[in-house]
Design a protein around this ligand. Sequence first.
Ligand SMILES: Nc1nc2c(ncn2[C@@H]2O[C@H](COP(=O)(O)OP(=O)(O)OP(=O)(O)O)[C@@H](O)[C@H]2O)c(=O)[nH]1
Length: 183
Amino acid sequence: MPLVRYRKVVILGHRSVGKTSLAHQFVKGEFLECYDPTVENAYSKIVTLGKDEFHLHLVDTAGQDEYSILPYSFIVGIHGYVLVYSVTSLHSFHIIENLYQKLHQGHGKTQLPVVLVGNKADLSSDREVQAVQGKKLAESWGATFMESSAREHQLTQSIFTRVIQEIARVENSYEQDHRCCLM
Ligand SMILES: Nc1nc2c(ncn2[C@@H]2O[C@H](COP(=O)(O)OP(=O)(O)OP(=O)(O)O)[C@@H](O)[C@H]2O)c(=O)[nH]1
C-alpha cells in the first residue's frame, strides 16, 4: 500500500478574488456563483501523483488587506501556499506582493513553496493585470505562476497538484543545500 503523505496548504489573497471558489471547484467539482465572505474553512482531498498519494488539507482564509497581520497558524506547520489575486483587480495584485513579504519574514527562509494564481482570467474585458506581470512577480520569488478561472475544474486541479510538486521541489533543494560533506 502506498504511503499517504500529509500536506497542509493555505490559500491567501485579497477579498473576493476567488479563493473559496478555487478550493470548492477542486474538491467538489462545481462553481460557486454567489459570494459569501469566508471567515475560515478547511477542505481535504486525496491527490494521487504518479505512485505517490497525498492527503491535501486546504485552509481557505478570510480576505486579507495591506493591514492584516498573519496569524502564526498560517506560518507554523504549513507546507505550502496558494497566493491568489484577481486579474480584474490591480489592487489585489499589490496586496499579494505585500502578503508574500509577510510570509517570507514569518518563515525566515529564502524559498517558500508558492503557487501564484491570477484568477478570473475568463473575465478578459475587465482585466487590469497582465499575465506577464504575474509571471515576473512569481519569477522574482522563485515560485510558479498560473492564470486560472474557478469555472474550470481542470485548471484548479493543476493549481493544487502544482503546489504539492513545489513543496517537494523546495524540500529537495533544502536537503541538497544542507547535505553533510565529509572531508
Ligand atoms: N467569472 C469568475 N468569477 C469568479 C471566479 N472565481 C470566483 N468568482 C466569483 O467571485 C466572487 C467571490 O468569490 P469567492 O470565491 O467567494 O472569493 P474569496 O476570495 O473566497 O472571497 P473572501 O471570502 O471575501 O476572501 C463570487 O461571486 C464568485 O462566483 C472566476 O474565476 N471567474
